[in-house]
Ligand binder design. Structure first.
Ligand SMILES: Cc1cc2nc3c(=O)[nH]c(=O)nc-3n(C[C@H](O)[C@H](O)[C@H](O)COP(=O)(O)OP(=O)(O)OC[C@H]3O[C@@H](n4cnc5c(N)ncnc54)[C@H](O)[C@@H]3O)c2cc1C
Length: 454
């Protein structure tokens, strides 16, 4: 008789947990996964997927407007929020089913409910008890909203996907990618939208040139951007609208306040105190380079650790851990360098490698290639919006260190260039690459003269 019920018990069926469970079961381990809310986790249910669907919906407004310059008459186009939410829910249910099948067909035992660690080898889910040789914590993150009077009147990204009605006016608080994306979504869907951030400028950590370009672009679209501003309190008024008082005394009237002010690891009630697991100074589960916590039987991957909070990263970590534990001969550590990432605001942002500021801090001397241009599609549309592209090249090695873009389909374009950077592409390789004409992306291989040189 085996000593434990399972070889691996995974807590959380999100990106990291599902990937680790499926892979480990595929390698012959006896695996169970507990999930308290929804299969597929944040990404599928209240993250990447529904967010991208909403971003598509928002984009149509601009497409309809641009279409007129191309000869289309679209008078009478209307938008139905309820239909969008219903169709989104149907699609997410379909994906939940796919995740269910993926797990069960791999032989993973699904346990529905909130898991709690009783000791380093025992998990409780409701009345049930499970023992496991190893346990994986893949419980992800949860939105963080600071305390202030009227906090109960604001929502987070968890609720925004299920609103009964589209608000007429909306205030988004935050300066990270989720805040910018939702400001774009609400604006695109026709809400009078303000974005409020307490710092000097949003998108901290992104390339400065890109951040500056985004400020101008979003302001030109009509978004009300407020930096160095913070909420003091929110009052609900008799008609259901919200009165937001800022710390400088100014007031704003709105119908919805969305807080996108960061996420914290989801650890409440998990029972870490019954194990040797420790947290780092930011409250994340502390792991070594092999996802081992301070408890020899317990591992952790994804957003619950201090990693890059993206689905492909959680997936890669889940896969790496399964290999390390059950197929060590195939183990490859995750390579965290040059991870491309996109912000699905309108227009898209995509970024890869070092920012100009990071490259300088690392001591690189740079040739910088920048281009601002009106994409061809905008010409007949009469749309003055400009795209922005930037390449950072190391003068000594000619290696391309960073690629940044604001413009339509930036995410799609930069994904391809991520392969080139992984392969160590130099500017000479970019120059030797012929463009696809006419595209916006060809600009990346036709920029010949640095706009700035160190
Ligand atoms: C609005 C939003 C948009 C995003 N957009 C993108 C994007 O465009 N691209 C991208 O790459 N990333 C995006 N992300 C980030 C991405 O969703 C996360 O990085 C990813 O989901 C992390 O995976 P994970 O497995 O660590 O955790 P999660 O996917 O959060 O999964 C954790 C799971 O554990 C479950 N759980 C927690 N505690 C327990 C418990 N005690 N017992 C049982 N189950 C438990 C939770 O219910 C959840 O299902 C977005 C996130 C948000 C919030």
């Amino acid at each position: 008789m085996p000593e434990y019920d399972f070889d691996l018990f995974v807590i959380g069926a999100g990106s990291g947990g599902v990937r680790a469970s499926r892979m480990a079961a595929g390698f012959g381990a006896r695996v169970a996964v507990a999930e308290e809310l929804y299969l597929g986790g944040t990404c599928v249910n209240v993250g990447c997927v529904p967010k991208k669907l909403f971003a598509y919906a928002a984009h149509f407004a601009e497409d309809f407007s641009d279409a007129q310059g191309y000869g289309w008459n679209l008078a009478g186009a209307g938008f139905d929020w309820k239909r969008l939410v219903e169709n989104k829910n149907t699609e997410i249910n379909r994906l939940n089913g796919i995740y269910h099948n993926l797990l069960t067909s791999a032989g993973v035992t699904l346990v529905q409910g909130r898991a709690q660690l009783l000791d380093s080898h025992t998990v409780a889910v409701g009345e049930q008890r499970f023992s496991a040789e190893r346990i994986l914590i893949a419980t992800g993150g949860w939105p963080f909203i600071p305390d202030f009077p009227g906090r109960e009147h604001v929502i987070s990204s968890n609720e925004v996907f299920f609103l009964d009605e589209l608000p007429r006016r909306c205030l988004v608080v935050g300066g990270g990618y989720i805040a910018i994306e939702f400001a774009s979504i609400f604006h695109g869907l026709g809400c009078d939208t303000a974005l409020l951030y307490r710092g000097e400028q949003f998108l901290r950590g992104f390339d400065q040139g890109l951040r500056d370009h985004m400020v101008v672009t979003l302001q030109n679209k009509g978004l009300d951007l407020r930096f160095n501003a913070d909420v003091a309190k929110v009052d609900k008024q008799a008609d259901g609208s919200l009165r937001v008082v800022l710390k400088d005394g100014e007031t704003l009237e709105t119908d919805l306040v969305l807080y996108a002010t960061g996420r914290r690891p989801k650890l409440d009630g998990l029972g870490l105190e019954n194990t040797e697991v420790t947290l780092d100074d930011k409250g994340f589960v502390k792991v070594d380079a092999d996802y081992q916590t301070s408890d020899p039987a317990i591992f952790a991957v994804g957003d619950v650790t201090n990693t890059i909070q993206l689905t492909p990263v959680a997936l890669a970590e889940g896969m790496a851990l399964a290999r390390r534990l059950y197929r060590p001969e195939e183990y490859l550590p995750v390579d965290y360098a040059d991870i491309a990432t996109a912000v699905f605001c309108i227009p898209n942002i995509a970024t890869l490698g070092l920012t100009e500021e990071q490259a300088r801090a690392k001591g690189h001397r740079l040739d910088i290639y920048e281009s601002r241009f009106r994409p061809m599609r905008n010409t007949l549309a009469g749309n003055q919006e400009q795209s922005f592209m930037k390449l950072l090249v190391d003068q000594r090695t000619d290696r391309v260190l960073g690629v940044h873009m604001v413009g339509p389909d930036a995410g799609e374009i930069i994904q391809g260039l991520a392969v080139a950077l992984k392969a160590g592409a130099t500017k000479a390789v970019f120059d030797a690459t012929l463009g696809i004409h006419p595209t916006a992306a060809e600009e990346f291989v036709t920029m010949r003269t640095p706009t700035r040189k160190d």
